[in-house]
Design a protein around this ligand. Sequence first.
Ligand code: SF4
Length: 211
Amino acid sequence: MADKHVKAIERLQAEECVKNLRKHNFDADFFETGAEAAAWLKEHIPAGSTVGIGGSMTLSELGITDWLTGNPDYKFLDRYHTDDVQKVFRESFFADVYLMSSNAVTLDGCLYNVDANGNRVAALIYGPKKVYVICGVNKIVPTLDDAITRVQQIAAPANNVRLQRPNPCTEFGHCVKCVKDSSICNQFVITRRSGRQGRIHVLLVNEELGY
Ligand code: SF4
């Protein structure tokens, strides 16, 4: 865990990022802890909503995925308990609410994501009525170039290890821009603005969450 001085700096960066996200038509809020962000989210997803999610360690770490699983108050499009995950991905485009994290958030207020199937970035771009993007401060980077580097150096290799993909980054510890069929790096998406005011709502948390 970061010490209080590092946290103070990270808080300032997150607050600047929130201001810039708002300038880009996103809704955005800062939370000191993941627990506060999770509690806020649970309060703000209306009962009866259809909810889809993108694959996300952040959502797992915050207990959001477990909270939705089998929850009678929501129609959870449960990608983790299905015989037909592609059907769940397609149904998620019609969700009331979509939950995900972002691979990176630039200080000047853009989201950057790399996807394998494209279902997550597709839902971010269009479909679900409301998209909540939950990110720890570890996802904040100065520029889009840094976002690309972050994914190549940390997010994608770590996800390859987690998913047990036989890709070279799991041996080298960083991306070597492979073109293997097993690559998880197929779609590279920069979201500069929320096209519809507030459709995308970013929750920035002053903790390290996911990767
Ligand atoms: S492009 Fe290939 S080597 Fe690079 S992170 Fe993705 S899967 Fe790994």
